[in-house]
Design a protein. Structure first.
Length: 123
């Protein structure tokens, strides 16, 4: 099995011990062996192993953090209001109508001026 040189940094970054990160890397490679042909270690094989390692590290690192250590409680994230999102969508929808109205006013002004030029040319 190929040793991952980035593993110590990933372990520190996710708050996992190096021994645990090595075990998670072995699990990720085993899952890649299961998912892809172990003999033909292609780029898809290694990409799958790395994605699996990131998922395992993310899950394992979160499991080690107590709820009191979190910067923002999870309940606050779920209780955020959807009003700003809906309001931004309303503004985007209104912008289309505002642009269409501005185009119609500009076209009307253009044709009004063109019609005045035609009338003046006939005199």
């Amino acid at each position: 099995m190929q040793k991952l040189k980035l593993l110590p940094w990933l372990a520190r970054h996710h708050g996992v011990s190096l021994e645990r990160a090595n075990e998670l890397w072995r699990q990720a490679v085993a899952l890649a062996d299961f998912e892809h042909d172990a003999n033909a270690q292609s780029s898809d094989y290694w990409a799958y192993a790395m994605r699996t390692l990131f998922k395992l590290l993310r899950c394992d690192g979160r499991a080690l953090v107590d709820a009191g250590q979190l910067e923002q409680p999870l309940a606050l994230a779920a209780s955020r209001s959807a009003v700003p999102l809906i309001d931004s969508q309303r503004r985007l929808g209104a912008a289309t109508f505002d642009a269409a109205e501005a185009f119609l006013h500009a076209a009307n002004d253009y044709w009004s001026r063109a019609a005045l030029h035609v009338v003046e040319a006939r005199r």
